[in-house]
Design a protein around this ligand. Structure first.
Ligand code: ADP
Ligand code: ZN
Length: 442
């Protein structure tokens, strides 16, 4: 059995030095490129780009291949990507379809095992152990959040409660009845669940045994994490993944919580300027682009995620040299423009969740009023504020407006609303409702 005292699931790989990682990457890349010759899509892709997979001598050589994105995946039959016979495929998953038609990824048995290993590595790194009760509050099914970490937690030996998403009261019941210690959850949902705890007269710090939360699948701020940690009394670790790279398990925070380690034995990470597609210097923000090194059925080469982040310079105190990416600022397509100013929803979230009196949900609504653009930020406040003195409500409204103006350089209309009144789904939060396009056409 593994030594419970050391924090490494796979010390050999996790503690590999940077140079050894690069060497391993090159070796694996060569293997992947050979496999890709079996795929009708890649044969065309290589030919059209004048790219010779046999001529790759260094990791940099991969850069002569054009990157691909969701549109590339949508433009061909997914089977054309396969480097194995169809019978070898044992499972498919798809993206959530947040930004259009969902894309499909096929997995072989080995692919599922490799993904499971990566997941177990992530969980173990944050301190999850066999004695833990792991409640998986992510959607099961095509979405990768559910099944991905389900098997990872089982591999590790924890007891899994496959509760899936939604059904909040039942989630809380399960947590209490079976002594859940670890949850895997979408951050906006974890925040929302606090309202349900309160409604039930419960305090998660007192009435649960939660000690670790793995939060991911959508952008969220450091302020949101801190709120969750304070209210629940657990440590919340940021978890990054996407269905195209199998799902959760691509990059994960270690106990130091200073960026997420990208598992570079399984992925080649590039951070590119989205306009020029040239690499940006370390520490500068760019688009994350990944190549799979661990997937046999449907490898993806230079896949553009649209996710914006930067690489932390320097070494992590945990001893792992797998590079760390920052919190994801959002997808490049999350950005919206009001009065000529570029704004990311996370800038708004940061201000809101740092403000005392703000509740658990918010929404940004964009409208045209005549020829003028209007940005409205609807903010749920806490029960105390809502039922308290109206002057406090007014002062809170003023403070939020001023803080938002300082952060985003546009003065929005701030509307404070009753706790629980904004729409809340079970999946990823919809932070921006843009009604400008519909109105514009008249
Ligand atoms: P879709 O792309 O349709 O939303 P996925 O379920 O594959 O489908 O979602 C992956 C995307 O979710 C990532 O590309 C990223 O934009 C977002 N995401 C996942 N984890 C995180 C995280 N920890 N922080 C910020 N964004 C995340
Ligand atoms: Zn670390």
């Amino acid at each position: 059995m593994r030594d419970e005292k050391d924090g490494f699931w796979n010390p050999e790989v996790e503690l590999m030095g940077a140079e050894d990682i690069r060497r391993l990457q090159l070796e694996r890349l060569k293997g992947v490129l050979q496999r890709c010759k079996n795929s009708p899509f890649y044969r065309r892709w290589f030919r059209d780009a004048g790219f010779d997979p046999d001529a790759v001598r260094t990791l940099e050589d991969l850069r002569s291949l054009p990157p691909m994105d969701k549109d590339t995946l949508r433009s061909v039959e997914p089977w054309e990507f396969l480097t194995v016979p169809r019978e070898d495929i044992v499972r498919m998953h798809s993206s959530s379809g947040t930004t259009g038609r969902a894309t499909v990824i096929f997995h072989t048995w080995k692919d599922i095992q490799a993904w499971t290993e990566l997941g177990a590595r992530c969980l173990y790194m944050t301190g999850v152990r066999r004695s833990d009760v792991f409640q998986n509050m992510m959607g099961y099914g095509l979405f990768t959040g559910g099944l991905g970490f389900h098997y990872a937690a089982e591999r590790l030996g924890a007891m899994v409660i496959p509760s899936g998403s939604g059904n909040s009261k039942r989630q809380i019941y399960l947590m209490r009845e079976f002594g859940t210690t670890v949850i895997h959850v979408i951050p906006s949902y974890a925040l929302y669940l606090l309202d349900v705890f309160r409604e039930m007269g419960l305090d998660p710090r007192r009435d649960t045994r939660l000690r670790i939360a793995l939060v991911g699948a959508e952008p969220h701020t450091e302020s949101l994490r801190r709120r969750l940690e304070e209210a629940y009394g657990f440590k919340a670790y940021n978890s990054y993944g996407l269905s195209e790279m199998s799902g959760p398990g691509v990059a994960f925070e270690c106990p130091f919580q200073e960026g997420m380690h990208v598992w570079e034995d399984a992925f080649i990470l590039e951070v590119l300027d989205p306009r020029t597609l040239e690499p940006v210097p370390e520490g500068e923000e760019g688009e994350l682009v990944f190549t799979t090194l661990h997937r046999e059925g449907m490898p993806l080469l230079r896949y553009r995620t649209r996710d914006l982040a930067f690489v932390y310079p320097g070494r992590c105190r945990c001893g792992r040299e797998h590079r760390r990416i920052s919190r994801i600022k959002g997808r490049s397509d999350d950005m919206f423009i009001v009065k000529g100013v570029n704004i990311f929803p996370m800038q708004v979230e940061k201000v809101l969740l740092e403000t005392v009196g703000v509740g658990t949900n918010y929404q940004i609504v964009l409208d045209m009023v005549g020829s003028r653009e209007e940005m409205r930020v609807r903010v749920e406040v806490t029960d105390e504020i809502w039922h308290g003195d109206v002057r406090e409500l007014q002062s809170l409204q003023k403070r939020i407006t001023a803080a938002l103006r300082d952060e985003i350089l546009v003065t929005p209309i701030v509307e404070l609303v009753e706790p629980g009144s904004l729409p809340k789904g079970e999946g990823k939060a919809v932070r921006v409702v843009d009604r400008r396009v519909d109105l514009g056409g008249e």
